[in-house]
Write a protein that binds this ligand. Structure first.
Ligand SMILES: NC(=O)c1ccc[n+]([C@@H]2O[C@H](COP(=O)([O-])OP(=O)(O)OC[C@H]3O[C@@H](n4cnc5c(N)ncnc54)[C@H](O)[C@@H]3O)[C@@H](O)[C@H]2O)c1
Length: 187
């Protein structure tokens, strides 16, 4: 008699992460923290990049990873960065809600910077190493707002639509080098 298939497990078992170095932005809180835990449980060495240094340090101790205290809005420091990671998770994000006519330009710029320019700069910093080794995974945490719009979230929707585009270009350029790029859109 044929053997019954093993029951599906949750969370799904991801194999092949042993020895992989993974950078998770905004990794000290929320979804980033949960991803850091899951990735570490699958054997990855997780680097937690977060402006909350204390939370990043505490999590790094928990999962035997590494904390990188960084305010990613300091983009000048990211322009000369060279990242040696196998997996980059663009996760850090913030939200501001206001109708367009009342939306503070500075708040709009902050969201576009953190959620679009920073993923660009980190991807730019990570690709040379990924290309050199012929392997890399770029994962961008997007949203339904990368595909659809809601009122009062002009900056968030614009940034997430842009992130979808950046991710697609990364996939087009990276594919021939063994680098994939995908968005995950949490519900
Ligand atoms: N939570 C949701 O329901 C949901 C739904 C769809 C998409 N998302 C997306 O998932 C991602 C994570 O969301 P979340 O809800 O876990 O967020 P969160 O606010 O819980 O955590 C964000 C983390 O990013 C860090 N961070 C913020 N600004 C930073 C900066 N300038 N430099 C470094 N670190 C910074 C924070 O310290 C925090 O640890 C975001 O991109 C968000 O748009 C979330």
């Amino acid at each position: 008699m044929a053997e019954m298939p093993a029951p599906a497990t949750y969370p799904p078992v991801i194999t092949g992460l042993a020895g992989k170095r993974v950078l998770v932005t905004g990794g000290a809180g929320g979804l980033g923290r949960a991803m850091a835990h899951t990735l570490a449980a699958q054997g990855a060495h997780v680097v937690i990049a977060d402006r909350d240094g204390a939370a990043a340090d505490a999590l790094a101790r928990e999962i035997n990873g590494e904390a990188w205290e960084v305010d990613l809005l300091d983009t000048a420091a990211l322009e000369s960065l060279h990242l040696e990671v196998d997996v980059l998770v663009n996760n850090a994000g913030v939200q501001t809600i206001a109708p367009i006519q009342d939306f503070e330009p500075q708040a709009f710029r902050r969201i576009l910077t953190l959620m679009l320019e920073v993923p660009f700069l980190l991807t730019r910093a990570a690709l040379p190493h990924m290309y050199e080794q012929g392997y890399g995974r770029v994962i961008s945490i997007c949203s339904i707002h990368g595909l659809r719009a809601s009122e009062f979230k002009s900056a968030y929707v614009a940034a997430k639509h842009g992130l979808e585009g950046l991710s697609k270009v990364t996939a087009r350029e990276g594919g021939r080098h063994g680098v994939t790029s995908n968005c995950v859109n949490p519900g």
